[in-house]
Design a protein around this ligand. Structure first.
Ligand SMILES: *Cc1c(COP(=O)(O)O)cnc(C)c1O
Length: 367
């Protein structure tokens, strides 16, 4: 081959490093010939999705040959009713990560800057690079958001701000008053994308009621997902609330059948099973306590969790620990790509999975 086809791609893509996912269970089985694998690498719900969802999907199998509803009427109506927002302010995505990328595609203006924070969820940087947009990172304060520093960084070159609330991998978050302060000090032509992938885990009383701010701040955009607490990561479905004009633009660039019939159905049914949500929360809350106690007992430093994962610090290169955990059939997530080479991100599992992880760490660390 004489021609380097890479050079025909967009400039940003030529030097793009793709998103690093958690290792899939079957991959590790193949690589190490292991049978029993515990995956604590992708912040999935360890007890799975609602059993009502699985049942509803199995009843729908005779429609595999039909294209999905391009407007997702049932699901969007349900979301609109639950949150008391207009139907036309909702956009669905094949995973919320596609919505984040679409937002950059549509609104990351040429020759302007996309703003986010240090250690922000990787998709924002990847999206900015893919569309060749400059990315600026606002420094954190001891792994916490510094809202005034964010406000100071918003100059007339900034087109959009991406704020993960809370952020993966470091659990930083802003409360309602901080968000109000941010919105009040952001010009209306700067879009504020609030990524609430872990919204359902947030029990804190002062966690923002972001939806209540949509009518006052037309530049506010909220994204959420069914991949995390709802346990539907494999179906790829997320949603976005915005003012209808922004939703209309997002709908122009999505592919018409971007969300499958099964994803639409599963999401709509999942919204109705509050008992499963509460069970999932209870498992997670217990797991938070269990893991914290164990990390403390092992003298491990960690960034405290408000979500379904911890980022844990090891003395030295965490890849050594990562590989030793893999050898024991436990998948976690290295954070070197986030500039945190001594950290591993560990999702909270079931009580048994957490206990197995704790035993493994005790053995590896000799504690
Ligand atoms: C998991 C995650 C998402 C994306 O989830 P999808 O599966 O694409 O819906 C978005 N933002 C953050 C911060 C996440 O951790």
């Amino acid at each position: 081959m004489t021609l380097d086809y890479k050079l025909l791609s967009h400039k940003g893509i030529q030097t793009l490093s793709p998103y690093q996912t958690g290792k899939p269970i079957d991959t590790l089985k193949r690589e190490l010939g292991l049978e029993n694998i515990i995956k604590l690498g992708s912040n999935e719900n360890p007890i799975g999705c609602s059993p009502v969802v699985a049942k509803a999907i199995s009843k729908q199998l005779d429609s595999l040959h039909l294209y999905p509803d391009p407007d997702a009427y049932e699901l969007k109506s349900k979301l609109a009713a639950i949150h008391n927002i207009p139907f036309n302010s909702i956009t669905l995505g094949n995973g919320s990560d596609t919505l984040l990328t679409s937002l950059i595609h549509a609104f990351g203006q040429e020759h302007k800057t996309i703003l986010t924070t240090e250690y922000a969820f990787a998709t924002y940087a990847i999206g900015a690079k893919a569309f060749d947009r400059e990315l600026k990172l606002v420094a954190l304060n001891n792994f916490e958001y510094d809202v005034d520093a964010i406000i100071d960084a918003i100059d007339n070159r900034v087109s959009m701000l991406f704020l993960a609330n809370p952020n993966n991998p470091i659990n930083s978050w802003v409360n309602h008053n901080q968000l109000l302060h941010l919105m009040a000090n952001t010009p209306e032509e700067v879009l504020v994308v609030l990524d609430e992938a872990y919204y359902e885990y947030m029990q804190q009383e002062n966690y923002p009621d972001s939806i209540s701010l949509l009518s006052k701040y037309p530049n506010l955009i909220i994204t959420r997902t069914f991949s995390k607490i709802y346990g539907l990561a494999s179906l790829r479905i997320g949603y976005c609330f915005s003012n209808p004009a922004i939703a209309e633009i997002l709908n122009r660039i999505r592919s018409p059948f971007n969300v499958s019939t099964f994803a639409q159905l599963a999401a709509a049914v999942a919204l109705g099973d509050n008992a499963h949500l509460q069970r999932s929360l209870a498992v997670n809350n217990q797991g938070q306590i269990q893991l914290k106690q164990a990390f403390d007992a092992m003298d491990l430093k960690y960034i405290d969790s408000v979500t379904n994962f911890f980022s844990v610090k090891f003395g030295g290169d965490a890849m050594i620990i990562y590989n030793r955990l893999l050898a024991k059939g436990i998948i976690v997530r290295p954070l070197a790509a986030y500039g945190l080479p001594n950290y591993l991100r560990i999702s909270i599992g079931t009580r048994e999975q957490n206990q197995y992880l704790i035993y493994a760490l005790q053995e590896i660390l000799g504690k």
